[in-house]
Design a protein around this ligand. Structure first.
Ligand SMILES: C[S@@+](CC[C@H](N)C(=O)[O-])C[C@H]1O[C@@H](n2cnc3c(N)ncnc32)[C@H](O)[C@@H]1O
Length: 248
């Protein structure tokens, strides 16, 4: 399906104010669990710099910021970035296109993209750009809608996508067409193995994936070839070290 970048950006500008609420409704609360798995897969450490690409309103960036990790939330929809900045002024939001990132080579220890790659008009270019800006040995974690593995579950899910989801979106969203696009773009998106092959073709190594909710979502993990830099503290430990913020 055709994804014109200007139309995609405008569509996200339109849905931005209610984006997170509608997400929670349409996923029946599952997005929170999916996001926790992404953070675990990232396994970032104190002192590292993380790129959250297609970060939208920054909901996918928040766990890193909350853990004191230096996270850059990049997106090309100014509407989404504005909502994010208003909600989380402490996060570094940067306007940028996934196919031509405004960052130097090897500038991030880890890169992640949640529910964004499917919307990029040239996903192969985005995978190459993510490789370029990630340090050698650095990690990539992608969360994206995928293909349910059990046939009956797949049939039920397809029914939900094509019938129930647009109907619910009409009630809860200001731009129901965006959710017709959502359903169609999920159906047109490659399955788990296909995406894993794209990652390898782009130069990523040690590609693995994990299915969530029976394959409705897949979390792919990969590494940039080269030696990783490891003298840092895991975020799990860091959480215990962070002092609560004092009210001013
Ligand atoms: C479904 S939202 C995901 C937002 C966030 N990552 C999350 O998990 O809630 C998809 C985002 O991808 C962004 N996007 C799509 N194509 C892009 C591109 N070429 N460059 C940067 N951002 C892009 C959209 O603007 C939108 O904010």
């Amino acid at each position: 399906m055709e994804k014109r970048p200007d139309e995609v950006a405008t569509m996200f500008d339109d849905v931005a104010p209610k984006y997170d609420v509608v997400n929670d409704v349409l996923s029946m609360g599952q997005t929170r669990r999916w996001r926790r798995v992404v953070v675990e897969a990232m396994d970032v450490r104190h002192g590292q710099r993380v790129l959250d690409l297609a970060a939208g309103t920054g909901t996918s960036s928040e766990p890193y910021a909350d853990a004191g990790v230096d996270v850059v939330a990049c997106d090309f929809s100014l509407g989404m970035l504005k909502v994010g900045k208003r909600r989380r002024p402490d996060i570094n939001f940067v306007a940028g296109d996934a196919t031509n990132l405004p960052f130097a080579d090897n500038s991030f220890d880890a890169t992640t993209i949640s529910f964004g790659l499917r919307n990029v008009n040239e996903p192969h270019k985005a995978l190459a750009e993510m490789l370029r800006v990630t340090k050698p040995g650095g990690r990539l974690v992608i969360a994206e809608f995928s293909a349910p593995v059990v046939p009956l579950w797949r049939t039920m899910y397809t029914e939900y996508l094509m019938r129930a989801l647009p109907a619910i979106a009409t009630k809860v969203s200001s731009n129901p067409d965006a959710y017709v696009y959502l359903a169609e773009s999920i159906r047109a998106w490659p399955d788990q193995d296909h995406l894993a092959a794209w990652l390898q073709d782009a130069g990523w190594q040690d590609v693995t994936y994990r299915n969530l909710s029976g394959g409705i979502v897949a979390v792919h993990r990969a590494q940039k070839p080269g030696a990783a830099h490891t003298d840092s503290v895991p975020v799990a430990k860091l959480r215990r070290q962070i002092k609560p913020r004092r009210a001013s």
